[in-house]
Design a protein. Sequence first.
Length: 444
Amino acid sequence: MDAIEGALIVVALVAAYFVVLYYLQRTGRLGPDKPLSLFGPALMMKTQQGRGWLDRAGRFRRLWSALGDLGVLLAGVAMVFIVVLLIWEGLLATQIPASAAPSPQEALGIPGINPIIPIGYGLLALIVGIVLHELAHGVVARSQGVGVKSLGILWFVIPVGAFVEQDEEGMNNAPRRRRTRIAAAGVLANFALCVVFFALLGAMVATTVTPNANGVGVSYIVPNSPAANDSLAPGDIITAVNGSSTPTETALLNALDNSTPGETVPITFYQASTGRTVTITPVLATSPYDAKRGFLGVGTSFLTPSQLRQELTWPPGSSEGVLGGVVIWIVLPLATLEPVAGSTMSYYHLSGPLSGLGENNFWLIANILFWLSWMNFLLGLSNSLPLIPLDGGLLFRDFSAGVIARLRRGWDSTRIEALAGRLTVASSLLVVFLIVWQFVAPRL
């Protein structure tokens, strides 16, 4: 299927979806007080079932109140972090050329639209993250004495998540601290799920995955280059150049930097196709970047196989330090190292308790866990934005109201809430501006 056929299918599905919505509207089956209603362009399918489960889970009030307070703290820290990050990215946006500017699709964390989020893994992770996010809101709401009107599934052409419809009047009348607990519950759930899924992934990789060699992974081969002519292939691991070991990409580049065109240089590497370590003696070509340097014609992975295994097991243990390791884990999809597939799988062999799954099944499960963790981190962070109608917008409004109440003790609640509402609108406009600015500034 080519791109045009795929686009036509998408257009047809969207058109059919809106035809169904039109039919439901005309036949009176769609409305705010009916089992089917709209949330923007999305279809809400409501049910009363499940409310009893929320009541039973929410009866542990002290536990959920403590977790809700923790969620408020985490959401507050995440809110400050992501706003500072947006400001920093906004400043950087003025310094990059238009050719390097991000595309608008990158602003949307939607699988299949965002180019770095694979539609299969991403959609599964998004649905799981949203469903559990909403359930957390419902459980904490019941623990705080706020009613839940309905639960359900949210559709936009395909199922895109779930929702828990809280009693709006009860939410508005609840004390401010209880409201913040409820609003922060979803953020807490997403961050907690991020940790849980990552721990499962780390355990899988740590106990089962072993690099085939200590060297630099080959990710691609330049056609008609010395590497191509001497049987190097993606998935191989270069372990030495001219007798010098190459445990890192820097070591490999340094070894090749000292070579000259026409020089015969021994290259030792683990050959994935045979499972053996072999040595070849290619005659280096002239580098297209420097006529005085030799050219082998290999593209190397952003991380060595050992470094990638470390990132999937425990990022704080990275050679780049705790912060560097966490940042690298976040950008693995940008570096095309997640999902682990194709030649990247060839860097490793499986041994241990889960080796019986086979390579394809093992990496399928591992990739699912990575994306469940990654998407929950993204959901937790994005929902912390002080932007209406996200959880962060509700939290920012109550944070603002609390600060105003302390500074203006003579004001009544109506005046306090009105000013907090205006500040929240201002923060929402600022966030939208900072996001849009990243795409506009480089093109000005």
